[in-house]
Design a protein around this ligand. Structure first.
Ligand code: ADP
Ligand code: XUL
Length: 540
């Protein structure tokens, strides 16, 4: 029976899913995950990121991702699966992060010695030891410089799908080229995490897919090629350092001799890797317009498929390429799971007791709001971190638990309005989608039915489905996306969480007050105290 492997290199972990497919008989044959901090403590990361005194800087060691890839292949080898049947591999990775390779890489990637570890052979190929990742917000200056050089943020957004964002790869590359010009000059190829890991598998530089390429502020979204004015504005000689772009379903190569000899794997096709959000779009089954997905992972993201790119005029969200060849709208929040964990830990709770708190507190929380900006926030842009509370006692455990969950859900509802989707159904994914009490608040805030999915790791599943779809297309089979995902991405009918009309009515009022709190905290609006008091009075 044919096997398809999907890998997901996320902020905190590497996961793998193997699908077994024999006509209509389809099942997940293997699932595994390794947390970087626990499995590879020698890299010194916390939640997958290197500790930094500067709250705006976020970098990770790329060699940690390399070593994790090798360990995961070892796990697969030990799994008892008939790996001779492995037809194709694809992958998903955290978006925006970049990996810098020197000129030896193009030759050495294809000449790896199967008797030696991958990590020791990749180390000399790096021209930069650290990779800036999506949590970095240290490049506001570079954003302003790029935006000015291309004729303003509107022009940049119209072409690339997003205004200049600090974590986007273009601004990160510019910062590196300014701070360390000699290391930048010694860089021959700049990969995203996705194309870097794909390159390791095929033994040569892999192209980028438009889904991940659109997270750089460098790609012409409609033409799906590099946009020269942005490339020129970003850094010297950048055009020669960027990988080519290739459509999402492209087979970019086959597993190199290294993997075949070291792990006994066949020369399986490697399908272009993509970003975790584009992969999740497929992994939650959103291959058509009209529904939204919410991922509650390290970041919280709201996203949905778009047939035509409708760029966000407010500058909040992004339009990326989708694996289906369409587009996707997305809004990203940095303070997702780690903010929820912060509240949980501060009051000595576990997830079950966190949920109990949610169940015993009323919707609307008596008009108490938290802006959970523990870390600098992406949506809305907040560079100086710090939790802001409105009417909320910092020592009140129940109040803070409900406030963090309600406020995050209201922020997602508010900042996804630009997508102009009538939300009646949400597919929930990511680690915290296991928590039905959080999902009930989501359902009540959005006034939508929320479903959990059969496979929790939608990014790894989406990557495995990319492998299945891309391999079929390469073999000349006319496999549609509807056919490719069938049987794997079904929302679980009995998992449906339905909105309560009375609770939804409360949130319809509160979300406007929440927006006023955000505006006030950002220095753009009046003190919302009287509005909060009025709202609280309506609850009595
Ligand atoms: P990544 O973005 O790294 O792929 P995941 O989607 O795997 O992250 O989500 C990991 C997060 O899920 C953890 O940081 C944890 O806070 C959260 N999580 C796991 N179980 C629960 C739960 N029962 N309730 C709330 N959050 C949870
Ligand atoms: C999306 C984003 C995050 C990362 C997390 O724009 O920055 O969701 O992809 O892995």
């Amino acid at each position: 029976m044919a096997l398809y492997l999907g890998l997901d290199s996320s902020t905190q972990s590497l996961s793998a899913i193997v699908l077994e497919v024999d006509g209509d008989r389809r099942r997940v044959a293997f699932e595994s995950s390794m947390a970087f901090d626990e499995t590879l403590p020698q890299y010194g990361t916390r939640h997958g990121v290197l500790p930094s005194a500067d709250t705006t800087t976020a970098v990770s060691p790329p060699l940690m991702w390399v070593e994790a890839l090798e360990l995961m292949m070892e796990r697969l080898k030990q799994s008892g699966l008939d790996l001779g049947q492995l037809r194709a591999i694809s992958g998903s990775a955290q978006q925006h992060g970049s990996v810098y390779l020197n000129s030896q890489a193009s030759q050495m990637l294809g000449a790896l010695d199967p008797r030696r570890s991958l990590v020791e052979q990749i180390k000399p190929l790096l021209s930069r030891n650290e990779s800036p990742i999506w949590m970095d917000s240290s490049t506001s200056t570079e954003c302003r410089e790029i935006e000015a050089a291309v004729g303003g943020n509107q022009a940049l957004a119209q072409r690339t799908g997003s205004r200049a964002f600090e974590r986007f790869t273009g601004a990160q590359i510019r910062k590196f080229s300014k701070r360390d010009p000699s290391a930048y000059a010694a860089t021959d190829r700049i990969h995203l995490v996705s194309s870097f890991l794909a390159s390791l598998l095929i033994g040569q530089h892999a192209p980028l897919d438009p889904g991940d390429g659109s997270g750089m502020n460098l790609m012409d979204l409609a033409a799906r090629g590099w946009w020269t004015p942005a490339v020129t504005a970003t850094a010297p000689d950048l055009a020669s350092k960027l990988p080519p772009l290739a459509p999402a379903a492209t087979v970019v190569g086959t597993l190199s001799r290294y993997w075949q000899e070291r792990f006994g794997l066949p020369p399986a096709k490697v399908v272009a890797w993509s970003g975790d959000n584009p992969c999740s779009l497929v992994g939650v089954g959103l291959v058509r317009e009209g529904r939204l997905a919410i991922s509650l992972g390290t970041s919280d993201t709201v996203f949905g498929l778009m047939r035509e790119p409708r760029v966000d005029a407010t500058g909040t969200g992004h339009v990326f390429g989708a694996p289906t060849g369409d587009y996707m709208g997305l809004t990203c929040f940095k303070n997702g799971s780690l903010a929820r964990e912060h509240v949980r830990d501060r009051f000595g709770l576990s997830w079950p007791t966190f949920s109990e708190s949610l169940r015993r507190t009323p919707p609307g929380n008596g008009g108490r709001i938290m802006l959970p900006w523990l870390e600098p926030e992406i949506t809305p842009t907040v560079l100086a971190p710090g939790i802001r509370r409105y009417g909320l006692d910092p020592g009140d455990a129940d109040g803070n638990v409900r406030a963090v969950v309600e406020s995050q859900q209201m922020a997602m509802a508010l900042h996804s309005r630009w997508m102009n989707v009538t939300v009646d159904t949400i597919h929930a994914t990511g680690g915290a989608a296991a928590n039905r009490d959080i999902l009930q608040v989501m359902s009540d805030v959005f006034g939508a039915v929320v479903y959990q999915l059969q496979v929790g790791n939608s990014a790894a599943l989406g990557a495995a489905l990319d492998a299945l779809h891309g391999a079929a297309v390469a073999d000349g089979a006319a496999l549609s996306w509807d056919e490719a995902i069938e049987g794997f991405v079904e929302p679980i009918a009995r998992s449906a969480l339905r909105p309560d009309p009375a609770r939804h009515a409360v949130y319809k009022e509160l979300i406007e007050v929440y927006a006023a709190c955000e505006a006030h905290a950002l220095g753009r609006g009046a003190d919302p105290a009287s509005r909060l008091a009025e709202f609280a009075a309506t609850l009595e």
